[in-house]
Design a protein around this ligand. Structure first.
Ligand code: CP
Length: 307
């Protein structure tokens, strides 16, 4: 991360070399974790708050574990059970947490741009843990680490993102990061869920599932973001599953050694079959472990001893 970077808000802000450095540090953490290490001291005495205005399992718990493994105190603020419910504004919540000696805020919000808004108002680092349909930077970093560990490279990989692209912050962060590192990204889904600006970001819109999967090294399924969608974008879940689900038959179009990824939470039988989830191609659980390692790397870079 650039020496002067206070926050981690968007992949689009990072240079290719910063991304490579984070992947390298995340990989080092993964090797140490694989060797049984679960205790570091780089965040000893630091205090980290996870401030979540939206539900989460993976991102919240892995940030929690990452900070705890590095020696920090971690506190969670859920919007539903906090003074936010009494009308406290986002900036007042930030000033309050800052005044308590918090060293970093990890924040998820349903509104795109909310972490940036807070980061511009407080002096402590803000890490974007997913904002509306905008970005989910640590998800893309953990996804890139998973690909790099498996293939030894990102450059030249063909990556197919399948499903709800329009409402997916994971898709946006992955397109930004993967194209910076030289991967070719194709997207496919119902035409109502492919936003017009996606090609300007560097992704190719495939005309069919066959075209998207042909020769792919990585297939990533994306959940229907029903909580964000307007009504009437797909005829029915069963029809969606019939035409857009990632199943074994469709994967025969990909490269023989193709891997399957999914950021989670996944809806088995909707965007991805149960068989694919359980297959050897699936690196979904590996993504989760890499998430812990990437988040340790990010926390160290922003508030660790070296910083
Ligand atoms: N991938 C992801 O962001 O999962 P959670 O919503 O469980 O954090």
């Amino acid at each position: 991360m650039a020496e002067n970077r206070k926050d981690l808000l968007y992949i689009k802000d990072l240079s290719p070399s910063e991304i490579e450095e984070i992947l390298c540090e995340g990989n080092k953490k993964r090797e140490e974790l694989n060797g049984g290490k679960k205790e570091w001291s780089s965040l000893r005495g630091k205090s980290v708050v996870t401030l979540f205005y939206e539900n989460s399992t993976r991102t919240r718990v892995s940030f929690n574990n990452a900070a705890a493994f590095l020696g920090a105190y971690v506190r969670h603020v859920a919007a539903e059970s906090s003074s936010i419910k009494k009308g406290e504004s986002l900036d007042d919540t930030g000033y309050t947490l800052q005044a308590m000696g918090t060293d970093a805020i990890i924040m998820r919000h349903s509104i795109s741009g909310a972490p940036k808004f807070l980061a511009e108002r407080i002096s402590i680092p803000v890490i974007n843990a997913g904002d509306g349909t905008c970005e989910h930077p640590t998800q893309a970093l953990l996804d890139m680490l998973t690909m790099k560990r498996h293939f030894g490279r990102i450059q030249g990989l063909k990556v197919a993102l399948i499903g709800d692209i329009k409402y997916s912050r994971v898709a946006r962060s992955n397109i930004a990061g993967l194209t910076k590192l030289g991967a070719q990204v194709s997207v496919f889904g119902p035409s109502t869920l492919i936003p017009p600006h996606i090609e300007a970001m560097g992704a190719r819109v495939a005309a069919s599932m066959e075209e998207a999967l042909q020769g792919a090294n990585v297939v990533m399924g994306l959940r229907l973001q029903l909580e964000r969608q307007q009504k009437g974008l797909i005829p029915s879940i069963s029809e969606y599953s019939k035409y857009f689900s990632i199943n074994e038959q469709r994967l025969s179009l990909c490269e023989k050694d193709c891997i399957v990824m999914h950021p989670g939470p996944k809806n088995r039988g909707v965007e991805i079959s149960d068989e694919v989830c359980m297959s050897e191609r699936s690196l979904i659980n590996d993504q989760v472990t890499n998430g812990l390692c990437i988040r340790m790397a990010i926390l160290e870079r922003l508030i660790g001893e070296k910083k």
